[in-house]
Design a protein around this ligand. Structure first.
Ligand code: HEC
Length: 104
C-alpha cells in the first residue's frame, strides 16, 4: 500500500516536471504564463498594454512580423523614441524578445 502511494507521488512529480519545462526554470508564480509573457506583464505591459494592444507605446500584437528577435532585443537594449533603454536586461531581455518575435 505504501509503495503504491509513493509511486503515485513520483508519477505526479514527473508529469509536473514535464509540464514545467515549457515555462523555463522559474516555477514560482503564474503557471500558465511563459517566462517571456511574465516579463512582458511586469515590465512592458504598462506602456504596451497587457494584451499587447498598445497604450502609450505601440501595439505589439504582430511585432514578430515587423522585427526579428535580434531587432527586438536591440530595441529593448537601446530604447526607441519615448521608450527607455534597458527596461529589462540579459536573459530576461532575450526571453521577452524571443516571445515577442513569435507574435505574428
Ligand atoms: C515607458 C513606456 C515603455 C515601456 C516600459 C516599454 N516600452 Fe516599448 N515602446 C514604447 C514607445 C513609446 C515605443 C514607440 C517608440 C517609437 O517608435 O518612437 C515603443 C516601441 C517598442 C517596440 C517597437 C515597436 C514598433 O512597432 O516599432 C518594441 C518591439 C517594444 N517597444 C518592446 C518593448 C518591450 C519588450 C518592453 C519591455 C521590456 C517595452 N517595450 C517597454 C514605450 C515603452
Amino acid at each position: 500500500m505504501k509503495k503504491k502511494v509513493l509511486t503515485l507521488l513520483i508519477g505526479t512529480a514527473f508529469v509536473m516536471g514535464l509540464a514545467a519545462c515549457g515555462g523555463g526554470e522559474d516555477k514560482a508564480g503564474d503557471e500558465t504564463a511563459s517566462g517571456g509573457a511574465k516579463i512582458f506583464d511586469q515590465k512592458c505591459s504598462s506602456c504596451h498594454g497587457e494584451n499587447l494592444q498598445g497604450g502609450m507605446g505601440p501595439d505589439l500584437t504582430k511585432v514578430g512580423s515587423r522585427y526579428t528577435k535580434d531587432e527586438i532585443r536591440d530595441i529593448i537594449k537601446n530604447g526607441k523614441g519615448a521608450m527607455p533603454p534597458n527596461v529589462v536586461e540579459g536573459d530576461d531581455a532575450d526571453e521577452v524578445a524571443d516571445w515577442l518575435a513569435a507574435k505574428k
